[in-house]
Design a protein. Structure first.
Length: 267
């Protein structure tokens, strides 16, 4: 049976990708810095940022799904001033370049790269790093695919939780459509094995809502949301975009109900 390597397979999206692959009967190998407890996959230990263990991880691999990334904002669940000036590139650029090179050596048949909707207009350093990594994939001689997704619900949840201490939340009125990682995983796995290559349909959530409305659903009656008008150009630069491709199934309010069963959320 063909072997699929997943980088970033222990992250939020990566776990859902691995679960979907296993459920569909694929043979899966995870590339991670430490071995996990999941027993229905192979484990390859290493580090994409340094290249340690990567050559061995690619042995006999047919398909690579590159879901690895390093976002300080996502890890801490909030933005700091430094995030407007720099973002690490060891995983998303140097690591992707190294991975592509070794995939060519190993004659990998398909390289699928997970990226972000709206990178071409985004201005944050992390977005520029992600775009640089994506461009490496698109310039590669490998048979490649790129799937872009909008921001994930879990990240929005973490960022809004960090505002709980504020009496009023200033929120842009611009719209975007964040998405559940399970919906993204389903789309990514489908694209990995449907025989089509290149830039694939991007994916976002089923609803276009303003950031203020999303925050309102999250916070419900616990405080006030202060809507802030924002130009379209500035909004896109901050990553607030609406995807124009595939739509996920799970809405933000429904995701919140699953996460916080005892809370009330209003549209």
């Amino acid at each position: 049976m063909a072997l699929t390597l997943v980088t970033g397979g222990t992250g939020h999206l990566g776990r859902d990708i691995v679960d979907r692959l296993v459920r569909d009967g694929h043979r899966v190998r995870l590339f991670a810095r430490a071995r996990g407890t999941q027993s229905d996959v192979e484990w390859a230990i290493g580090d994409l940022a340094t290249g340690a263990g990567l050559r061995d991880a690619l042995r006999d691999v047919d398909t690579v799904i590159n879901a690895a990334t390093y976002s300080p904002i996502a890890r801490r669940g909030g933005v700091r001033p430094v995030d407007f000036f720099k973002s690490p590139s060891a995983v998303d650029v140097e690591g992707t370049e190294r991975l592509l090179s070794l995939c060519q050596e190993q004659s990998v048949r398909h390289f699928l790269h997970v990226s972000i909707v709206g990178l071409d207009e985004a201005t944050l350093p992390y977005a520029r790093v992600k775009l640089a990594g994506e461009r490496l994939v698109r310039a590669s001689a490998l048979s490649w695919s790129v799937v872009r997704a909008t921001p994930f619900y879990y990240l929005l949840d973490k960022m809004l939780a960090g505002l709980a201490w504020l009496p009023v939340w200033p929120m842009p009125t611009t719209s975007f459509n964040p998405v559940d990682t399970i919906d993204v995983a389903d789309h990514v796995v489908a694209c990995a094995f449907d025989g089509t290559r290149g830039k694939r349909a991007e994916i976002g959530g089923p609803q276009d809502l303003s950031v203020a409305a999303l925050a309102g659903q999250y916070r419900d009656a616990r405080g006030k949301i202060l809507p802030i008008p924002m130009s379209g150009t500035k909004a896109r630069g901050m990553g607030f975009v609406v995807s124009q491709g595939v739509r996920g199934r799970l809405a933000w309010a429904d995701w919140l109900q699953r996460q916080y069963a005892d809370a009330r959320y209003v549209a």
